[in-house]
Design a protein around this ligand. Sequence first.
Ligand SMILES: *Cc1c(COP(=O)(O)O)cnc(C)c1O
Length: 386
Amino acid sequence: MSQSENQKFSTIAIHAGQEFDPTTGAVIPPIYQTSTYVQDGIGGLRGGYEYSRGGNPTRTSLETMLAALEGGKHGLSFASGLAAEDSLLRAVLKPGDHVVLGNDVYGGTHRLINRVHGAWGVRNTTVEMSDLAAVEAAIIPGETKILWVETPSNPLMKISDIAGLVEVGHRHGVLVVVDNTFASPALQQPLAFGADVVVHSTTKYLGGHSDVIGGGLVINDDELAEKTKFIQFAAGPVSAPLDAWLTVRGIKTLAVRMERHSSNALAIARYLETHPAIEKVYYPGLESHPGHELAASQMSAFGGMLSLAFRGGESAARLFAESMHLFQLAESLGGVESLVNYPSEMTHASVRGTELEVATNIVRLSVGIEDLDDLLADLAQALPAS
Ligand SMILES: *Cc1c(COP(=O)(O)O)cnc(C)c1O
């Protein structure tokens, strides 16, 4: 099916880059499980493909899809979310440069910037991203090259003002990068607010079925896209054909999945908010959340991620996390199945002892798309009787 200018998101998520196979008519483009391509005479490439580190049609179909979902120009698909981040950082930064990032960014992002790029002379400052004045104060004119934004953030679901951060960043010539993993483009499209680059761990909502690790970038600027593609080609962190194909397959149901993730999570947040064992629920869809109005202005729904703080401290949090059946105890998020995570020892263990440390009474839920009543029943049996 051909792309028309004004197709809506649900249509794009099914059709962008997914033309049927011209040789057989197969509705689903095949998995091009190949490393190399026959040349019709030296340099005579059929369709531009030479070697699959440089390009593969299945990867291209995902890259076209990623760009279309975020409303951007260039999509790039990687072996993991962190591989995508690493290639972007290497394309933009040189030793001595400075990065400003949220004080609650994904732990792996902090580790990559702080320990891997830090070893090559890249400096960073972590800051409260929801405080525009604090962000501006952290920018070192001429030296800060990247403002790294994550909204909603993990695990406390803080909301940052994308348009406001773009205004601050661009005033100082800083590239604004938004990790859109938690919201997904079905709910939030950062490029429309002026961001320069969108990052995804496609492992999460885009793939959506907890069966593949992958990452993506969407970049509008031609030169930056070219530089990042060069790093990807030169260093090789590409997604494999089967991984790219599985991710596209997942994306086709993204719009409907995000509706259900969001409605289930909102109902669960409301239920937990009234439970006496719970001190606080962190979910941007709740009116009590400090970022609620901002979230409502830049997201079309509030997503499937929420965290809760237990009045009973660490022991109550641990007991709850280990007492659920439908919510399986596992890292990661964004799949159709519900998961429970104990951040301070699981996803956020790498940031213990830093200012990114997560309190020991916090539990994070990735609310899946199962039947809401079954999820509520599982929560109720895992909470102390009130
Ligand atoms: C998981 C995640 C990443 C890293 O992605 P991988 O695919 O695990 O490499 C980056 N950012 C966020 C917000 C994530 O949740």
